[in-house]
Design a protein around this ligand. Structure first.
Ligand SMILES: *[C@@H]1O[C@H](CO)[C@@H](O)[C@H](O)[C@H]1NC(C)=O
Ligand SMILES: *[C@@H]1O[C@H](CO)[C@@H](O)[C@H](O)[C@H]1NC(C)=O
Ligand SMILES: *[C@@H]1O[C@H](CO)[C@@H](O)[C@H](O)[C@H]1NC(C)=O
Ligand SMILES: *[C@@H]1O[C@H](CO)[C@@H](O)[C@H](O)[C@H]1NC(C)=O
Ligand SMILES: *[C@@H]1O[C@H](CO)[C@@H](O)[C@H](O)[C@H]1NC(C)=O
Length: 667
């Protein structure tokens, strides 16, 4: 009896507990299905678990409305590598879906169009392919559609012209090949339309020029032809059109007039006067100064808002100054063959040099590290490294938290997209953490600029902002992250590196370090001082590239000291540092040996393994089990002995990197 009562009570409690969110319980199933699809390996959405109320705040990135229904899903930049499921269409109250900056594959399901409340759809910078579903035209509340930087192909659906409230359509950097639908001109609310870097052909529809709120239209790098509607002149710099096969027009600076084409072209625009006053269409200059790299905003709300604004600015507005930039950069492109191919050969642009706004670069009065004649470098070399603050802010969307990759003790690292579309990493360092002595700082910077090797992360640019009190180093982006992400993996993890990859990573690091130690530029060995699995980055093809070479030369002594302490804690610091307080090439060799051990064992923490005691003939027992026996015994043995030598207690007995490389290259 009591038992029954007890059970009833329990049951009731259970219902009391469950009932307020009963509606969201059905959404729970949907969310679990979404999770399985977005994150099939369950690496990211670990917090999405059954038997938990998704509206309780426990589900990462899920926000509910007052009715207890899912309103927003914000999972930007999380490394999601799955696909977007049809199931998402069941979240009827969804207003915002933010899945940008991930690695999502597959198609965009047409079912998404049944989300009639959805106003913000951010899928930019993923790997989505297939057609853009025409059903999207049914989404009556859609305001922002961000599909840029994907692999969408096919045509731009004419149905997009049925949208009721769109303000931003960003479709740039896809593989769309169709004409531009004239229906887009009927979008009375549209302010920005970016179609650049696709394979669009045909004319720019006259109707588009009639869209009353349009401020920005970017059609660069397509195959458009025909006569440009004169009315687009009202957009001034908001209209970007270079690199199209056969556009012509009157009074557009970069276009020939259309004598021959116009007569045969049925799409020839009528003479047209804009009904509205031409508006000033200066790009919104966002005030970035409220964030800085020492303290990026902690709140995820702000992160989302910044994300939204930032992506708007980044994805759409960044086109605004590309034209100016191309003009400004052209000479740099010519003088620096290393800048990525995509920026080269911007033909037929008039030479008009826009001088780099040095005001953004100055560090303090008379403290402009890259000012003319100060560094001993030719102006061309320096210019190719100079970025202005605006470029850095735009690339990182005003240092939006969305783009924050890591935050260390003295720097913050952001991902960014440059205007040529290349992805970079921006490292920002507070001025107070830099060397205060100008000459020394300059020397350091010169050294860093001089480093060029395929196994070192390439420094693409540099900028100091007096206003923000920060310096920025712009590096190439390594798409496969750092080596440390490939250690301590569970059995069967898809990240487990194959044997041959491990060997080539070791070879690459050795070459990179070898280059630093044999530095021909400075004729003096450059000691890296901070080699670790974190600093070994992997590019698209898993080539290893070493990060932060020479960085210590820019940093204040106490900052360098604290990085050494961190490196000691992780076991990379050679023992002699404790006694001599100095580092030389042999300390880099030590750290290299540690990394070789890490690659062989698959483990971060090798100090417990007591490696020097492991007999050479039974080292195989502590090789990474994840290799599942698939390795070359002779190579493994060789690497093992190299690692042992490199981590020798006595620095005199450690080999030089030259010796190591010789050893590695012998059969
Ligand atoms: C969803 O996101 C939008 C835009 O960031 C925001 O205005 C709204 O308050 C969010 N809704 C909830 C329930 O968090
Ligand atoms: C992107 O998708 C294509 C198929 O469309 C696939 O072959 C490729 O591996 C994907 N890339 C990444 C990085 O997921
Ligand atoms: C949605 O769009 C498709 C194709 O554009 C159309 O056939 C269908 O009738 C639309 N559905 C609704 C509910 O409007
Ligand atoms: C843009 O077009 C120019 C000229 O056709 C071409 O050289 C360049 O590679 C294109 N850029 C990109 C990123 O496709
Ligand atoms: C940006 O914000 C800073 C600090 O809040 C302020 O001093 C500065 O005037 C602002 N600049 C602009 C362009 O709004």
């Amino acid at each position: 009896m009591y038992l029954l009562l007890y059970l009833l009570l329990k049951l009731q409690l259970f219902f009391i507990y469950v009932s307020p969110s009963l509606s969201s319980m059905t959404e729970l199933d949907t969310l679990m299905a979404i999770k399985d699809s977005l994150d099939p390996e369950n690496h990211v959405l670990m917090s999405w678990t059954p038997h938990v109320d998704p509206c309780s705040g426990a589900f990462e990135g899920v926000a509910c409305n007052e009715q207890g229904l899912v309103a927003n899903i914000s999972l930007q930049g999380k490394g999601l590598s799955g696909t977007i499921p049809e199931a998402i269409a069941s979240l009827k109250s969804l207003t915002g879906l933010y899945l940008h900056f991930n690695a999502l594959n597959g198609m965009l399901p047409k079912e998404i169009a049944s989300l009639t409340e959805l106003s913000d759809l951010y899928l930019n910078v993923n790997n989505l392919s297939g057609d853009i579903p025409r059903e999207i035209g049914n989404m009556s509340n859609l305001e922002v559609l961000q599909l840029c930087y994907n692999k969408f192909s096919g045509s731009i659906p004419t149905e997009l012209g049925n949208l009721r409230k769109p303000s931003v359509l960003a479709l740039q950097y896809n593989r769309l090949s169709s004409a531009i639908p004239a229906s887009l001109g009927e979008l009375g609310t549209l302010t920005r339309l970016d179609l650049s870097f696709n394979n669009l052909f045909g004319p720019i529809p006259v109707t588009l020029a009639n869209a009353p709120k349009l401020e920005s239209l970017d059609v660069r790098n397509n195959s458009l032809s025909g006569s440009v509607p004169e009315a687009l002149k009202r957009l001034k710099d908001g209209f970007q059109y270079i690199n199209n096969a056969a556009l012509c027009g009157i009074e557009f600076a970069e276009l020939d007039s259309c004598i021959a084409v116009a007569s045969s072209d049925p799409t020839k625009p009528e003479p047209y006067e804009p009904k509205i006053e031409p508006k000033s269409v200066k790009p919104e200059s966002k005030n970035c100064s409220e964030t800085n790299c020492e303290k990026p905003s902690e709140s995820s709300k702000i992160g989302i808002i910044f994300g939204v604004i930032g992506v708007l600015v980044g994805c759409i507005v960044f086109g605004f100054s590309v034209f100016l930039w191309y003009r400004g950069r052209k000479q740099k492109v010519e003088s620096n063959a290393e800048i990525s191919d995509s920026t080269v050969s911007i033909g037929q642009i008039k030479e008009r040099k826009i001088s780099c706004p040095l005001i953004n670069l100055e560090y303090s009065n008379g403290w402009d590290p890259l000012a003319k004649g100060r560094s001993g470098y030719s102006q061309e070399v320096l210019e190719s490294f100079m970025f202005n603050l605006e470029e850095v802010e735009r690339a990182t969307q005003c240092f939006s938290e969305v783009n924050l990759l890591a935050k260390g003790s003295f720097s913050a690292i952001f991902r960014g997209i440059l205007r040529d579309g290349s992805i970079v990493v921006v490292k920002c360092i507070a001025k107070t953490r830099c060397k205060s002595d100008e000459t020394e700082f300059l020397k350091g910077l010169k050294t860093m600029i001089s480093l060029k090797h395929e196994n070192l992360v390439r420094l693409r640019g540099f900028c100091c902002s007096k206003g923000r009190g920060e310096c920025f180093l712009i590096y190439e982006f390594a798409s496969n992250g750092s080596l440390s992400q490939y250690l301590d993996l569970k059995r069967g993890d898809y990240k487990v590196l194959e044997w041959s990859t491990r060997v080539s990573i070791i070879n690459g690091i050795a070459k990179g370090i070898g280059y630093l130690h044999e530095n021909k530029e400075t004729k003096k060995a450059l000691v890296h001082q901070n080699i670790s699995a974190e600093k070994v980055l992997l590019d698209t093809r898993y080539n290893s590239i070493l990060a932060d070479s020479g960085l210590h030369k820019l940093l204040a002594d106490d900052v360098v000291f604290s990085t050494l302490k961190a490196s000691a804690a992780m076991g990379y610091l050679a023992p002699e540092y404790a006694t001599t307080g100095r580092l030389n090439e042999k300390s880099d060799i030590y750290a290299f040996g540690v990394i070789v051990f890490q690659l062989l064992t698959g483990k971060h923490n090798i100090s417990q393994l007591n490696l020097q005691q492991v007999e050479t003939d039974n080292f195989k027992e502590i090789l990474d089990e994840n290799l599942e026996g698939k390795f070359s015994e002779s190579e493994a043995e060789k690497l093992w002995s190299i690692a042992l030598l490199c981590t020798h207690e006595s620095l005199n007995l450690r080999p030089s990197m030259n010796n190591v490389m010789q050893e590695l290259s012998t059969e």
